[in-house]
Ligand binder design. Sequence first.
Ligand code: AMP
Ligand code: MN
Ligand code: MN
Ligand code: MN
Length: 278
Amino acid sequence: MPNIDLHIHTIYSDGTWTPREVVLRAKKLNLAAISITDHDSVAGLEEAIARGEKLGIEVVPGIEMSTDVGEDEIHILGYYLNWKEEEFLAQLEKFQGARAKRNRKLIKKLKELGMEINHRELEGLVAGGVISRLHIARLMVRKGYVSSIGNAFEKWLNPGKPAYVKRMNVSPFQIIELISKAEGVPVFAHPFLSKRDDLIPHLVKAGLKGIEVYHSAHDSRVTQYYQKVAQKYHLLITGGSDCHGEAKDKVLMGKVKVPVSVLRVLKKAAREEILSVK
Ligand code: AMP
Ligand code: MN
Ligand code: MN
Ligand code: MN
């Protein structure tokens, strides 16, 4: 049985491959379906879907959105959302504008700390999409300011470190509402990384529909644990590698084995959801 991978970044956020390349690689890996889930951006979807149709790979429209609860980051994935809807796109633009502002502050802080990061060089790493801290970390390595991407985060870019700047504060509840309004299925991404399982019942009450059970950061014990959590709260199960191309060369697409049955259930639920709203 072929597998699927529902969590992949492209050059429209902090991955290093174009949507075309991602689809081609999925074909080579014999994946039946993938989802492109760029951070706060849907700019890569059109290209990926068109390429998928050509190569016979199902491409599920997706997004990953960053939210905060206090000091903790919660990422919410959205699947099958109506990604061309104007209101949704207007909201995305707002988040992207806030990110651009934050990046300027970050660059300024780094400069004060003796590290020159050129905005033009940063823009060269993305296809007009979202610039994240990972891009900045990559340039810091390239310029020899740090020895590795991990080091850039640990020493400078993580919360509490000298170059950290907060993103615009948005709650997972707001994002669940936004994705639901755009007829998408909101999913709690890599819960093991957020370490905020206490929020799950509250997120469910707010309309959370799924949980990412399979993920590169989830070993088999953690995966089994979240399978039980999904059962307990009647949540859909999703999963993917969280591939960022060469920017995270240990986390590559297809590495996490997600059965195709996951997609069948997700797709059916997404359709029923739309029908029940209409
Ligand atoms: P941002 O959304 O701008 O806050 O940047 C966060 C991005 O940086 C995430 O999507 C990850 O891809 C990446 N990231 C965060 N922490 C680390 C880390 N310790 N090592 C490598 N990449 C990281
Ligand atoms: Mn990322
Ligand atoms: Mn994430
Ligand atoms: Mn991700």
